[in-house]
Design a protein around this ligand. Structure first.
Ligand code: AMP
Ligand code: ZN
Length: 498
């Protein structure tokens, strides 16, 4: 007989940003979930803050799958249309980088998409089911703009198309996600500049006519131009998940204007509100301030993995950084610090040690000192309560304590309970939290091996300085033969493993 999926017996509650409360989760189609998460703008390397948001949604995706749901997870790549400034002004971020680096915009997109995939794979994130790009959906964006114009919610001005927020607000509610009120917004904004084509400052671009120097452009009925940033997410979410779908996520900073505009576009185009549950992940901060590309207050994943930053005492494995992030609830602000990361690392290895101990734990006739069934229910209760990973982790450490007591003959565990404990631990630690089992000794060895390669790099530099090219070439060639590639750059020599 087929086992019933877990979601039939587990009551999941999700904090819905639009109602500001936890709600029992009911998908539109039983057993199936459509989830859309705003992806990165691929114009530079992802920073650790971006990674936190994507790890938060990876946890959510993993738990939904663990509950037995069939999840279609769509996460886009923004490769056009995201301007430097949220008020539809400034250069396109991708074009600007292409101009500065004298590359094709698509070379920029390719480089940073690869970096994004590579880093998320290191954090053991599961790739989404579909990863559409904005430039791959220009035709659909033009079509939806036509519909919004036909429905009377957008106007053409000087080759650009703008969403008419005031008009929309007569019949709908612009501001319902962010808790803003249009009248207040109008009262608090400055007058439009003379050169603006907008009727109101709150209006946002659906299509922008390209200035002569703007290289990323496509033909449209209104002008050669490019789509507005908010529109791509409306198009790609509804194309793959339907006009109305279950979950839409992103970082807290996208709530306004990006997600507010998505709601307006969806309602204006389809006549239905697009999303049932809005989920917003909170920010990773550094020295109390949001990690952000624009201010430069960032740590990169590469710095964490190599330890090469004056904010770090050493290198940390990606899974340790992931564990550190999951020790905070996704809706809480998390401040990064080396001390906190070191504390997480200790806890992480304690957890992994306990998983190893559990493999060979002696079983007895009865279980004394722990109620495995209750404990398991509490683990589920933590995750059912809006994906509360810190509470789950605290529960896992209760099991660690018990496992150690059994090992020290201070408690006993019966065979049946043992199987349940082992299964539950493995499922939560590896499937749901997505941690990777590395032990302290192996990570210690890899630290030492990197140290050894660094030493060889140093000796090679000395040999070169002494014009002993035979030795310097020998070091490089023999490392290469072992699959270690040296790369000489402006800031010295680095290495990669082939
Ligand atoms: P972007 O590439 O700037 O569009 O950002 C990609 C994602 O990272 C968005 O969901 C942002 O909300 C999120 N994000 C940006 N900065 C942070 C941060 N400091 N902490 C957590 N998430 C962030
Ligand atoms: Zn988006």
């Amino acid at each position: 007989m087929a086992v019933a999926p877990l979601y039939k017996t587990q009551e999941l509650k999700i904090y819905n940003s639009i109602s500001s409360q936890k709600e029992v989760f009911t998908p539109i189609t039983e057993g199936n979930i459509g989830m859309y998460v705003c992806g990165p703008t691929v114009y530079s390397n992802v920073h650790l803050g971006n990674c936190r948001t994507f790890i938060s949604f990876d946890l959510i995706y993993r738990y939904l799958k663990h509950l037995g749901y069939k999840v279609r997870y769509v996460r886009n790549i923004t490769d056009a249309g995201h301007l430097e400034n949220d008020a539809d002004e400034g250069e396109d971020k991708v074009s600007k980088k292409a101009r500065l680096e004298q590359l094709e915009p698509m070379e920029i997109v390719q480089r940073y998409t690869l970096d994004f995939h590579n880093i998320l794979a290191k954090f053991n994130n599961i790739p989404p089911s579909i990863e559409p790009t904005a430039t791959g959906h220009i035709v659909e964006q033009i079509e939806i703009i036509k519909t919004i114009i036909d429905n009377g919610f957008a106007y053409v001005a000087n080759g650009s198309v703008y969403f008419d927020v005031k008009k929309f607000n007569e019949t709908n509610n612009y501001g319902k996600l962010s808790g803003r009120n249009l009248e207040d917004m109008i009262a608090n904004t400055r007058e439009l500049t003379a050169q603006s084509d907008k009727k109101n400052p709150q209006d946002f671009a659906l299509w922008k006519k390209a200035e002569p120097e703007h290289i990323m452009r496509w033909p449209s009925p209104w002008s050669d131009g490019f789509p507005g940033w908010h529109l791509e997410c409306t198009v790609m979410s509804t194309k793959y998940l339907g006009e109305k779908f279950d979950i839409h996520g992103g970082g807290m900073d996208l709530k306004f204007p990006h997600h507010e505009c998505e709601i307006a576009q969806g309602e204006a185009a389809c006549g239905v509100t697009p999303v049932n549950y809005w989920m917003h992940a909170n920010m990773l901060t550094l020295d109390g301030k949001k990690m952000s590309k624009s201010t430069g207050n960032i740590l990169s994943p590469a710095e964490i993995f190599s330890g090469e930053s004056d904010k770090l005492s050493k290198a940390f494995a990606p899974t340790v950084a992931r564990f550190f992030m999951l020790q905070a609830h996704y809706r809480s602000i998390l401040d990064f610090s080396n001390d906190a990361l070191e504390a997480s690392e200790k806890g992480f290895y304690r957890l992994m040690e306990s998983i190893a101990t559990l493999e060979n734990l002696k079983t007895g006739k009865t279980t004394e000192g722990f109620n495995i069934q209750n404990w398991m229910n509490e683990c589920y209760a933590a995750m059912n309560d809006d994906f509360n990973s810190p509470i789950l982790i605290a529960k896992l450490f209760e099991a660690v304590k018990f496992i150690n007591s059994v090992k020290e003959d201070k408690a006993t565990i019966a065979e049946g309970d043992y199987k349940l404990l082992q299964k539950t631990m493995n499922e939560f630690v590896f499937d749901v939290l997505g941690l990777v089992n590395i032990n302290e000794a192996s990570s210690d060895i890899s630290d030492k091996l990197s140290g050894t390669v660094e030493l060889l790099i140093h000796l090679r530099a000395e040999a070169r300085a002494n014009k002993d090219f035979a030795t310097s070439d020998k070091i490089r060639d023999e490392l290469q033969a072992m699959g270690i590639q040296l790369k000489d750059g402006r800031e010295g020599t680095s290495f990669t493993l082939n």
